[in-house]
Design a protein around this ligand. Structure first.
Ligand SMILES: [Zn+2]
Ligand SMILES: [Zn+2]
Length: 305
């Protein structure tokens, strides 16, 4: 987004701002923060994600998306607590934690840090090796598990953007992962053992979260995680490419998908039976959940080398 003088659609003045191609809209930097926050508020209400007095547990990584979301929710007057998972991947993890700590202190947001090394006494790289799964997949699994475990009477809020959601749909359509596709929604209701999870940025692009961070001077981690999978990149790039070539197309696609998903998938495909993990209580379709199975593998590995 280039910095130019624009005639702002909201205040009507000729001021420094930018054009959001995605909406074919010119907006000045002074009006942008409210525009951004209002769209988040609108999404929260549209899907009845939570109420004004709900308690929120916001997952913050230190990246532009979750940081801009936390700032916006705070300014919208919500009651939030932050959770950050340090997965000990060296510099990038240390830097992320510092940024998150500073932000939460300045914004007066209570922060819980989960340290993977303290929790499992093993590095993410070793976990990935032992479980023979990509770092990115193990990392995601751990995040979901610990955030759910730590949530009290709270709604879990994550910073997934429109780009993330559409990438996820593209990927799972390419490989026809029906089970995953059938469950895509910006609001996942609480059920036995799982807290409610919501994605208030689901209609917001990453260009906008970056712009919000820039305008509001929110420090965030800029380097992409060096361990993110190549597959992830391919779909992210594809989505960005589509949105460049056909501005607004991914928003239309996502809205269209949400409208059709229930018709595509009958209720029965959505009814995988889950039980409580015998060890920790986390919902699973086996007797032990994926994390407890991972812990067992780890133990065997430590005992037998
Ligand atoms: Zn304006
Ligand atoms: Zn378990």
């Amino acid at each position: 987004m280039e910095k130019v003088k624009v005639k702002c659609k909201f205040c009507g003045l000729l001021k420094e701002g930018f054009r959001i191609k995605h909406y074919n809209l010119k907006i000045c930097f002074d009006c942008f923060p409210d525009f951004f926050k209002n769209r988040i508020q609108h999404t929260i209400e549209k899907f009845k994600m939570f109420e004004k007095d709900s308690s929120l547990l916001v997952a913050i990584s230190g990246g532009k998306d979750s940081m801009s979301m936390a700032k916006a929710l705070k300014e919208l007057g919500y009651n939030l607590r932050a959770i950050h998972l340090n997965v000990n991947l060296g510099d990038i993890s240390d830097k992320s934690q510092k940024i998150v700590e500073k932000f939460c202190q300045n914004e007066n947001i209570p922060l819980l840090i989960i340290d993977l090394n303290l929790e499992l006494n093993v590095s993410l790289k070793d976990l990935s090796r032992i479980s023979r799964r990509p770092i990115c997949a193990v990392c995601g699994m751990l995040r979901r598990y610990f955030i759910n475990r730590e949530a009290k009477d709270e709604v879990i809020v994550t910073g997934h953007t429109l780009n993330d959601e559409v990438s996820f749909i593209f990927k799972n359509m390419l490989f026809w992962n029906d089970d995953l596709l059938s469950r895509i929604s910006p609001l996942l209701y609480e059920k036995e053992g799982l807290h409610r999870k919501v994605k208030p940025l689901c209609f917001i692009t990453e260009e906008e979260t970056l712009q919000f961070c820039n305008v509001m001077k929110i420090e965030h981690i800029e380097d992409a995680c060096p361990y993110k999978s190549e597959v992830y990149d391919v779909f992210k790039d594809t989505v960005n490419h589509f949105n460049q070539k056909f501005p607004g197309s991914i928003l239309g696609f996502y809205k269209g998908f949400l409208k059709r998903v229930e018709n595509f998938y009958s209720v029965s495909s959505n009814s995988t039976y889950l039980q409580a993990c015998q060890s920790c209580g986390y919902p699973t379709n086996m007797s032990l959940c994926s994390i407890c199975r991972l812990k067992e593998k780890l133990l065997q590995y430590k005992n037998h080398g």
